[in-house]
Unconditional design. Sequence first.
Length: 252
Amino acid sequence: MTLAGKAALVTGASSGIGAAIAVALGRAGASVGVNYFGNQAGAEAVVRQIEASGQKATALQADVRQRADVERLFAEHIRAFGRVDILVNNAGDMVRRMPTVETPESVWRDAIDLNLSSAFFCCQQAIGPMTREKWGRIINISSVGARTGGGAGSIPYHAAKAALITLSKGLAKELAASGITVNTVAPGIIETPFHDRHTASETRAEWIRTLIPLQRAGQASEVAAAVVFLASPEAAYITGATLDVNGGMAMY
């Protein structure tokens, strides 16, 4: 699979799954815009890894929850690379685990804005450039919890991630005639800082032991490999699909 000549933009790419995706796209031959919100050092480290593989990359700061910031992000990306062929909407976070009855409006809105609104705003900006080229790949990063309802105290996050799957399906229908595919990747338990922040180590170990047939957590590189495939010419006949990367934790 080769992405030579393509330009990719990955949101939330300064660490974890997003960083692995950005590096993998670069190794596959794409130029990469590495979006970050506050972790500039992490984004610049990702840029160096991509450059070491021989591809062009640049770190692009933006708060993708804000439409104006997203507009600026895409303008800067296109100035740097001249095009946007691949968009990976990876930015997201649980914000905070807590019972539904105790969840304040601010946590609900933060979860929706970070995990869903951000992807919607980025898709809006990507459609024009991709339509002009009659080629595009949009890949949205959801979660196994979008399928199952997720663990305790995570309803706003997983509701947003479930909506992201529906957003992908709707856009896949709308954009097919323009040569743009839209798909979703739904990771399970992946070894990243996300679970360090939101899941106790003993809880994670119990989930791996009792819920995952493969009996291990996944690696960010394994999610990245799924994204590279969906971005590739080999996946041209796949759209509106959700690719589960969860070790068998949920099967559909």
